[in-house]
Design a protein around this ligand. Sequence first.
Ligand code: FES
Length: 255
Amino acid sequence: MSKYFKAKTVDNISLNKHFRLLNLSPLSDIDIPQPGQFYMLQAGDTYDPLLKRPFSIFRHEDNSLSFLYRIRGKGTLSLSHLKSGDIINAIGPLGNSYPEPHGDFIALAGGIGIASLLHLLAGFKNKAYLFYGARNKEELVMLNEAKAISKESFITTDDGSEGEKGLITDSLMKFFNSLPITHYPLPLYACGPTPMLRELSKVVAGKDIKCYVSLEEHMACGVGACLGCVIKTVSGYKRVCKEGPVFDIKYIIWE
Ligand code: FES
């Protein structure tokens, strides 16, 4: 099945001043996306590469695809102008996916990183210990939806406007400290800003824990051709869009 397709905009809902939810209906058959995979979406001028942006799949139901996004830059601004009935170019699903959890797991989301993890939470309802942090209450987008399908949730904000004040990685550290020493049985899935993931790499260092991170690197082509998304790993440079976006955290060289 071709990964290139056109889709019709069903709606493009404003959730608050930062975030929107775009619901699309593909105009042809598509492959079923797995949690962690992403799509390249392009609204507007098809010859402007700056308008093509990667978006994690947020929800897939029957013949609809949903994407949660934050308006930031030219690509997302052009996406925010889409109206019901508008046609958009899409490529996907792209990249690898989160390994399937067998039993309970930990999901760690920073800000818009929740978009990628919600698809995983929805597939494994009430199995996740959710750790979700953001700068403030407004940026904890889809918080109630995420809590409703999680086993237990731990929330932090930088300014203390929701949950505990502080970093979500500190909250995770406290959780680990409450477990028997050297006994960390739950796999961990994380998506969020690089500083959070770098901090996470320190939290899990030396612990016997499987930790998978989805990287949100800048991508231009999304299909492995431009090398604009390479990261350094223990086995050389890898393309986030092609060999990722999901990697074992211990495989990445954090600089
Ligand atoms: Fe072009 Fe990854 S975005 S190689």
